[in-house]
Design a protein around this ligand. Sequence first.
Ligand code: SF4
Ligand code: SF4
Length: 128
Amino acid sequence: MEFELQCERCGACCRHPGEVRLEPEEVASIAAFLHLKEEDFIEAHTRLRKDRRGLALNEMDDQSCVFLAGNSCVIQKVKPRQCREFPNRWVNLLWGKVPLAAMQRDYPMLFGCSAFKTFLNSRKSPPD
Ligand code: SF4
Ligand code: SF4
């Protein structure tokens, strides 16, 4: 990976509306971490994804993730890959390859991320 941004624990990604997708093996590891049976974890904390191809974590009424507590993740040690890869996967896929305006349009979540804001501020000449 070319860029390794350091999370600043602002919690913005966990508050951003959208699906936190679970891979099948993540169901077992998160359930075990919470000392729940898999079926109880699924019932209590997940829902069917919009594409009906798997599960996503539930959200609170304000659309933040059900496992956000303050700015911390209750399941930090076993959080889903989608969470672990943000924002670095996207920065490495997009930076220098996609115009900044298109990034802002298509990936607004990145622009709420404190680590990405620090990264942007450190770049003297962002791609146009
Ligand atoms: S699982 Fe944790 S890191 Fe992922 S969105 Fe929820 S609170 Fe944030
Ligand atoms: S938005 Fe960025 S800095 Fe904030 S918690 Fe998420 S990854 Fe970390």
